[in-house]
Design a protein around this ligand. Structure first.
Ligand code: C2O
Ligand code: CU
Length: 510
């Protein structure tokens, strides 16, 4: 029997031939249509994608006018902007120039067994890229041997849309022998990562990824004396830290503070904890305002998410063990010393109440748009075959909502998880701030994320400013869920894409 993803791949998008049978019921064409454009997704019922009347009333907003968006295939817009024109200043010379070469290859996993996967410049993870805030970064991506084609997506960096690296939306997958140049300004300092966004569920799990760190423009903030990257990835069941099945030591003088940049490139949540207190300096590349000591609690990092954690080195002859991701640790302090493992605390640090509040640069209370993103699952038919499929606002992929915005809109989104599974939700091109969880308002530092875990039954209200025109994926970063349809898009008015999914270029973003 074909897998779910094969079914989805083969299913007719059939927006034009799909018939809504009423609330939640949908009949699918059994035609194997193949090629489709994201521009057609959600057509004919895009009003359903809005929060609905309750949502508007609840938020006291007025601008979420479904009629402004309904049926927006792009054709109605006068000032059509092609995604490929949404670039960094083409005249500006690059400050950082890198070439990254992807190969479909045997991945050496030091300390473990090699797996068949993908490398970048010969290793996985690929090289850690470094830029300074404000730099213009230019990456030439070369696909040497990835047979399905590949791209690079800059997870968490608010790049211009043309550089977002989503096959079938912002570019064609780069075929074997091809190359693609990504250019973006590194506007926000922080910890990020890059990965392929073509057949992501295979290529990311197989290691087509690496870290990218954007250092602050002025190194004034003396938050740390040293830093270390802790990129977590599971290669064929082997839990690695920076690509190795082993723990790492950071040689730090007594009292020195080490900033550990934890990057969760896996398919599920990663826990971080220590017997010694630590501080969470940043989440998803955004600083926490006035972080305090975390003691006896674990920090959870969603799939795709990052956290910068500060640990202080202990007195002479001693080391502190920071557990990262359950299976690996970083030992900080005297390189000769060790520290025993500590059991994972049951209590989780609540980032909703961590740090100190500080005003936002925009007012979510006067949102122009408010959307619902309700995740559930139900039995249904896709391509004539039954399955327990993800739904968004009651609809199955590809008939999921298209969230239409205008540049400058303040957007509030209510994400609800009625699906019985954890979903790390990731919006491209924007950072979102958490307003509330299950009705409890945020009471700590503004909690900025690009990857947010929703546990079963949870609902979050988030807000962001639509300040980066384009067509942006908004999906679950448990990539097997994304390939099974947990993907919607944010679409700016007047923006269109010439790329298609499937078709001659073989674009399969998920
Ligand atoms: Cu980390 Cu749509 O991706
Ligand atoms: Cu999910």
């Amino acid at each position: 029997m074909p897998s779910r993803r094969e079914l989805l791949r083969g299913v007719a998008i059939g927006v034009a031939v799909t018939t809504a049978l009423g609330a939640g019921a949908l009949a699918w064409s059994s035609t194997l249509l193949g090629e489709y454009s994201v521009m057609a997704m959600g057509e004919g019922h895009s009003g359903d994608g809005y929060a609905g009347h309750d949502g508007h009333a609840e938020h006291g907003t007025s601008g979420a006018d479904p009629s402004a968006a309904s049926g927006s295939t792009g054709a109605v817009n006068v000032n059509e902007v092609d995604v490929t024109s949404l670039t960094a200043d083409p005249e500006r010379p690059a400050d950082v120039r890198v070439e990254l070469v992807a190969r479909q290859d045997t991945v050496d996993v030091p300390g473990g067994r090699a797996i068949e996967g993908y490398t970048v410049n010969g290793t996985s993870p690929g090289p850690e890229l470094r830029a300074r805030q404000g730099d213009l970064v230019e990456v030439t991506f070369v696909n040497e041997s990835v047979t399905d084609g590949a791209t690079l997506h800059w997870h968490g960096i608010d790049v211009p849309n043309a550089a977002d690296g989503v096959a079938g939306i912002t570019q064609d997958a780069v075929p074997v022998g091809g190359r693609h140049v990504y250019r973006f300004e590194a506007t926000d300092a922080g910890t990020y990562w890059y990965h392929s966004h073509q057949v992501s569920h295979e290529q990311v799990e197989g290691g087509l990824l690496g870290a990218i760190v954007i250092e602050p423009a002025s190194p004034t903030d003396a938050a740390a004396d040293l830093e270390a990257t802790a990129l977590l990835h599971v290669y064929g069941g082997q839990h690695t830290l920076n690509g190795r099945v082993s723990d790492e030591h950071v040689d730090a003088a007594p009292g020195a503070t080490v900033r550990v940049r934890v990057i969760n490139t896996d398919q599920g949540t990663a826990a971080v904890w220590s017997a010694a207190p630590f501080r969470v300096l940043a989440t998803d590349g955004h600083d926490v305002n006035e972080p305090t000591d975390v003691d006896g609690q674990r920090l959870l990092i969603p799939a795709g998410g990052r956290a910068d954690v500060a640990v202080q080195a202990p007195p002479e002859g001693d080391a502190v063990r920071l557990h990262v991701g359950g299976a690996r640790s970083i030992l900080i302090g005297d390189p000769e010393a060790s520290a025993p493992p500590t059991p994972q605390p049951a209590e989780t640090l609540d980032l909703l109440a961590y740090g100190t509040p500080t005003p936002l640069s925009f007012d979510p209370a006067s949102a122009d748009r408010s959307f619902d993103y309700v995740i559930a699952r139900r039995f249904g038919l896709i391509d004539g075959r039954p399955g327990n499929f993800w739904t968004i606002n009651g609809r199955m992929f590809p008939d999921v909502p298209m969230f239409h915005v205008r540049e400058g809109d303040v957007v509030v989104m209510r994400i609800v998880n009625d699906s019985g599974d954890v979903h790390p939700m990731h919006l491209h091109g924007h950072h979102v701030v958490v307003l509330s969880r299950d009705g409890d308002a945020a009471s700590g530092s503004p909690w900025w994320v690009d990857s947010l875990d929703l546990h079963p039954g949870e609902s979050y209200e988030i807000a962001f400013v639509a300040d980066n025109p384009g067509i942006w994926s908004d999906h679950c970063h448990t990539l097997a869920h994304a390939v099974d349809g947990l993907v919607a898009h944010l679409m700016y008015e007047g923006v269109s894409t010439p790329f298609t999914i499937n078709g001659a270029a073989g674009n399969r973003p998920e």
